[in-house]
Design a protein around this ligand. Structure first.
Ligand SMILES: [Zn+2]
Length: 263
């Protein structure tokens, strides 16, 4: 009897501590609220621009290495750089504190493009060689600049620490069984996936705006989507698809953005 009472009270303590951890994670998350100057959207972010730039610069060489380093042809590197610069100079990206750099990665098989916080932008040769014109390159880079201006990585970092807090809270509050751990992990994944899809759509919209600002044909962003769709076959699922929403859905939103910004 005594044993079961003690067991129950220790369970209550566990629940209280678990709830406290979750509450603290939410308070920390919600108290770090900032309105993005360039998009006007309210965000939960714990990093400042300097920290974003420094994280991006520090991880850039490592990221490049994962895709076989930089593509050796300097002429193609310059082409990527020129299109990137043109997008920046003509748009609100120019007013942000970020340090933009554009890198063509050597990997010829992986279809991917991504941005690190603070302005380091990458495109693999695998994606680059499939693009049909310079406007499509502008579409890919514009989308990635959109992630930087939208501060999506910084937002994701804040979300991750919230998710981590919720997971620890659930684990402490439960009996710590693998079932509880799995449930906690699942909740965590759902939270970050939902947000990440919204990030992608915002990056598409910003990309369209930057393309129009710089004089590129925004309709070519639809061409990029078609390429992504084509490469989505059984034996060759591009990495891009794991983190990006369905191209069909994106195309609808891109068309909306073109109607919104094109005069
Ligand atoms: Zn993206």
């Amino acid at each position: 009897m005594a044993f079961s009472i003690r067991n129950r009270s220790s369970l209550a303590i566990k629940l209280i501590i678990g709830a406290g951890i979750i509450l603290f994670a939410f308070i920390k998350y919600w108290s770090n609220t900032d309105t993005n100057k360039w998009t006007g959207r309210k965000q939960h972010i714990t990093l400042n621009a300097e920290q974003e730039i420094s994280i991006g610069l520090r991880s850039a060489p490592h990221m490049a290495q994962e895709y076989g380093g930089l593509y050796p042809d300097q002429q193609l590197q310059n082409q990527v750089d020129q299109v990137g610069r043109k997008l920046i100079n003509a748009s609100i990206a120019h007013n942000t504190p970020y340090q933009y750099d554009f890198h063509l990665l050597r990997d010829p098989n992986t279809i991917n493009a991504f941005a690190l916080p603070g302005g380091q932008v990458f495109i693999t040769y695998g994606l680059f060689k499939r693009l049909e014109n310079i406007d499509q390159l502008a579409g890919v880079l514009g989308h990635e600049i959109g992630h930087v201006v939208g501060r999506h990585s910084a937002e994701r970092i804040a979300k991750q620490s919230l998710t981590q807090g919720v997971i620890s809270g659930v684990l402490v509050g439960s009996d710590g069984s693998s079932g509880a751990a799995q449930t906690a992990q699942m909740i965590g994944n759902l939270i970050s996936m939902k947000y990440s899809r919204n990030d992608e759509l915002e990056a598409d919209e910003l990309g369209v705006l930057f393309m129009i600002n710089a004089g590129y044909q925004p309709e070519q962003m639809l061409g990029v989507m078609k390429i992504l769709k084509q490469t989505h076959d059984g034996n060759h699922i591009p990495e891009y698809q794991n983190t990006h929403p369905d191209p069909e859905h994106r195309m609808e939103k891109i068309k909306e953005a073109i109607r919104k910004y094109k005069k």
